[in-house]
Design a protein. Structure first.
Length: 261
């Protein structure tokens, strides 16, 4: 039994199609990852940081703004890929009938969905690069280790893009995307060590948070941003690879069932 269906390089045509559409509205798409970190850093840096002061993270004292800056990168990776492969992919599939048109070509379903997920990961990389430029202006990224945020954004984009595509495959209408956002994205946004250390949570909540993909993405983002690269990053990296390796073929199988009846 084949686990991974055959996929040729033709999936890049799907990626290229989405890139061409993106170029037509890139100025609008450029604004959120440019302004969002500015708003967060100004609000938390000038506001909460003064009240909270330094916090203890993994045995050292760091400023609150240095604590949340890497988390903002991780959140952007998650949101960029997940929402691209849920709302945007659903619109292309259901309303614009783009998937139907592509299926009339030599492209297979597997190549179409692969191209979509790779494009979601690409959106994460673009948004991360923009955010890095902004955050670097505050001196919150250590280089050259910080450059690892780019491949991390692609890996995280694959993981969350594939998860988003699974949701697209099983969601009957676009209004019901509120459910995975409320039940999957929002809890991770709040409880994955983004705005406070997960050590502050009860023990059961800490164990639950450790199983969330965003928690591992945040941990890697903090490690790369602060230049702390050692063996401690391997479990989180392995988790994201494993998550993407499971979600990716699952997304393809689910979408194949939905598109081919």
């Amino acid at each position: 039994m084949r686990i991974y269906p055959p996929i040729s390089g033709r999936f890049l045509r799907v990626w290229q199609r989405n890139l061409s559409v993106y170029r037509q509205s890139w100025k609008v798409s450029f604004i959120p990852p440019l302004l969002e970190p500015l708003f967060y850093l100004l609000a938390f840096g000038a506001g909460l940081s003064g009240l909270i002061g330094n916090i203890r993270y993994r045995g050292e004292e760091i400023s609150y703004i240095r604590f949340i800056a890497p988390a903002l990168v991780a959140i952007t990776v998650m949101n960029s890929a997940f929402f691209e492969n849920t709302y945007a992919s659903f619109v292309r599939m259901y309303y614009q009938k783009t998937f139907d048109a592509m299926m009339a070509t030599p492209l297979t379903v597997e190549e179409i969905i692969t191209g979509e997920i790779i494009w979601g990961a690409t959106k994460s990389v673009i948004a991360t690069a923009i955010m890095m430029a902004v955050i670097s202006g505050f001196g919150l990224i250590r280089y050259p280790e910080g450059l690892l945020l780019i491949p991390l954004a692609f890996l995280g984009g694959l993981a969350f893009g594939a998860a988003g595509m699974v949701c697209t495959a099983v969601t009957p209408n676009i209004e019901l995307f509120n459910l995975p956002v409320f039940l999957f994205i929002t809890p991770m946004f709040l409880f994955s060590g983004t705005f406070f250390p997960i050590e502050n949570l009860p023990l059961w909540a800490q164990k639950t948070a450790a199983l969330l993909p965003l928690t591992n993405l945040v941990d890697l983002s903090r490690a790369f941003t602060n230049g702390r690269i050692d063996a401690s990053v391997l479990p989180s990296a392995g988790y994201l690879v494993a998550f993407a390796s499971v979600a990716f073929p699952l997304a393809i199988r689910k979408m194949r069932r939905r598109l081919i009846k």
